[in-house]
Design a protein around this ligand. Sequence first.
Ligand SMILES: C[S@@+](CC[C@H](N)C(=O)[O-])C[C@H]1O[C@@H](n2cnc3c(N)ncnc32)[C@H](O)[C@@H]1O
Length: 525
Amino acid sequence: MLNSIELLDRFEILEPENLALRHLRRCIVDKDVRSVFKVFQHFHSNDNIQLAETACLDLNAYAFFKLEENMFGSEDMPLLKKIIWQQNPWAIFTYLANQNVDPMIVKNIKGIMLLDKPKCLIKLLERQLPEDDLGLYFFTRLFYDSQTYDVRKIHECYKLFISKGIDIFGKDEKMFISMLNKVPLNVVKFCYRLYNKPWLDDIRKSMVLEDKIHYVWKVCEELLSPDIIKELKIASKNKFFGMKMKPVFNRYNGNNFYKLYQKATDSNAKDSVKITNALDMLGIVTGETNIINDVKGGLLYDNREALYNVVKYTSKDSLIDTLQRFESELPKVSLNDAFSRGQLFSKKWLVSKIKDLKLGTIILCAGWHGSLIYLFNREGIKFKQCFSFDMNPNCIKTSELLNKELVLKNWKFKATHADILKIDYNPCVFKTEKADGSTETKEIKPNTIINTSCEHIKNYDIWYNKLPKRKLIILQSNNYYEQKEHINCVKDIKEFKQSSPMSNILFEGTLNLGMYKRFMLIGKK
Ligand SMILES: C[S@@+](CC[C@H](N)C(=O)[O-])C[C@H]1O[C@@H](n2cnc3c(N)ncnc32)[C@H](O)[C@@H]1O
């Protein structure tokens, strides 16, 4: 049984253009989760896949927010993005207003801090001071046009200002007049001198110093419910992804998508947990939850069934069904050699050289598991019928199972147990076993004789001498002397040609397969 690495490698050899397969191999073999997202991009033209990839694997919050917008469009998400990732003070107030945090305070903090409306400051003071506060009396008369005033009370206000150390007719006169003219900074400064409240000084600082957002947080903390502010402030100031995203995750507690994203990006979680959750997110994004479960099975648990399913998802080649059928019907037979890299490259090489040849009826000598004919069928090579002979009786079952489709097509492929030295070739008369166990005698006149097992053939010269003239002959051998079953290797193409003399050579060549070389001759005797 080919292991998962071999299986995916062989599919990639068979389908070099199939990028989805290539990504799948990377994902399963190299445990490269990013490749999973690439696999799905081949089947869905959906920007959300790329966003999910960047959001999960690069911890890119912007990608997450965009993905969220595309998928759910929650009203508060863009605000949280602006607050936490862009330190946007306007967003803080809009967000707080949506959260039912004391709307009157929110509105007025915003009014004074972002819109420079001093009247808003007075409204904030109104909330904190007793109704009969003298200063408040003064400010409401100054800012609320409709209010009447009592001159004696105004005089008392002046006395109050002086008692608080504000020299309204001396060194503080300029500031006082400017305050009377409602210049925001001076209103704030004046109020701070009068009431000495830290939040007033913070508003003042926000007007004259850099880092406005820092003071916005401070004022909000001082005047509003600290929990929500604390959470947002920590998130906006922290540089660690998990901390920054906390309000997002807290806010959406109970929503599976956010829960998955939280786990997929949790730096303390095991890799397998992160991968599982990232994949589940991808499942929601693509709607492909079944295949995502199979990817998980193949990627994390080396689950054979799941791997097959994923290969089927990426390749339309029926080989995967065939291999699966093989594993369940003939579990003891290994196709590893037949589908080794060397074998596949050698057979693909053969296929590439015969595309323009008329093959007609083929005799496949020492045909083994019939993988060559499987490739013929897969690559659309035209032939009338193929009769395979092998002296290993098990090869009837294996080659017919591999080529079941062709066997069922009126024996377009048929395997027979026979020694290729003991059959004749023109005509070839032989007994072959039918599906019901009875035998049938056949007589065929081949147009083509193929033997890709020449290195295995004892008394090769006797066999070769039996081949008729004027028939197309396709031969492969190798110089892989190290294999003890290879009793008829040749050292090079020259020696191969000497052992298989042809009057008309259509192709001769050598394929370097690393460990050994494969030689091929196509021609007529
Ligand atoms: C291991 S396989 C062949 C690998 C070869 N490179 C290929 O791809 O075809 C060799 C096959 O040759 C068969 N074989 C060897 N001598 C034979 C003979 N005289 N008649 C029929 N089959 C023979 C064996 O039974 C075996 O199935």
